[in-house]
Design a protein around this ligand. Structure first.
Ligand code: CP
Length: 304
């Protein structure tokens, strides 16, 4: 795996290998690059979890990090994303982590650059490392995907998490249910069946809430109105199966898609997801670097 831009480019075996490696890192495995290796982080949209867990992962692997600030780089002078990435490649960067507001921004890069592209979220398109940390969290809980029911509830249409997760969970044998306002329905995503919020809550092993992506559409909801109609209220939490867990990619709008008190309740795995994000990103970066080394693009194989 040289690039990671969508989950559909990974085989099931590759997904399981990344999860296994992430688990080993969580158990204390140590691995660092042997020689100076540069990685660049380009974030053109706000991010807390993805940006800083990538950076934490990079530091744990001993990489030298270049954080490219869109506001003070030559992108402000009109330089294209392609020319920016080619510039980083010329400087000696091995991998570039990119979050970008445009769907499939990576289409202008793949096949034209040698540097590894690691997608940290493209518009409403894909969020592969979020999907991997979600998978790690679910596997930690249940030890399997086959036979599980996972409901994804909320702003399905604008969610790159819903797109990445639904396809892979279905591929791994889970049943995906979607629920949320009619306006947020996504008829281009064939991997889930739409049900009412109460059906989704009652039937699921995993209840995954999504944030309303206010920045991507014009509709406005009051918090109370949304929570009562489409959110996880305390009453609905009581309807969940005994063993069912709550997930959310975050950032969370407390009191909108989920009652604020449920964010840290015993069923919630929301902060566990963030913890797992570091280990999954370590595994992804390691694979990308090793893949480049094996492809002869770098002289020295890294390992410790
Ligand atoms: N889940 C997620 O992508 O969060 P950030 O936007 O903070 O990175």
């Amino acid at each position: 795996m040289k690039h990671l831009v969508t989950m559909s480019t990974l085989s099931t075996e590759e997904i399981i290998a990344i999860l296994d490696e992430a688990e080993r890192f969580k158990m204390g495995k140590r691995w660092k690059v042997r020689e100076q290796t540069f990685i660049a982080n380009l974030f053109f949209e706000p991010s807390t979890r993805t940006r800083f867990s990538f950076e934490a992962a990079e530091k744990k692997l001993g990489l030298d990090i270049l954080n490219v600030d869109g506001a003070s780089s030559s992108i402000q002078k009109g330089e294209s994303l392609y020319d920016t990435v080619k510039t980083l490649e010329s400087i000696g960067v091995e991998a570039v982590v990119i979050r970008h507001p445009e769907d499939r921004y990576f289409d202008e890069l793949i096949g034209r650059v040698q540097v590894s592209i690691l997608n940290a979220g493209d518009g409403c398109g894909h969020h592969p490392t979020q999907c991997l940390l979600d998978l790690m969290t679910i596997r930690e809980e249940f030890g399997r995907f086959n036979g599980l029911t996972v409901s994804i509830i909320g702003d399905i249409r604008h969610s790159r998490v819903a797109r990445s997760d639904a396809e892979v969970l279905t591929r791994l044998g889970a049943t995906v249910l979607f629920s949320g306002p009619e306006k947020f329905r996504d008829d281009t995503n064939p991997y889930g069946t739409y049900v009412s919020i109460n059906e989704a809550i009652e039937m699921s092993d995993v209840v995954m809430l999504l944030r309303i992506q206010h920045e991507r559409h014009s509709e406005k909801w009051t918090a109370d109105q949304y929570l009562e109609q489409y959110g996880l209220t305390k009453e609905r939490e009581k309807m969940m199966k005994d063993h069912a867990i709550i997930m959310h990619p975050a950032p969370v709008n407390r009191g909108v898609e989920i009652d604020g008190d449920l964010v840290e309740c015993s069923r919630s795995r929301i902060f566990k997801q963030m913890e797992n994000g570091v280990f999954v990103r370590m595994a992804v970066i390691k694979q990308a670097i090793e893949s480049k080394a094996q492809g002869g693009e770098k002289k020295h194989v890294h390992s410790i």
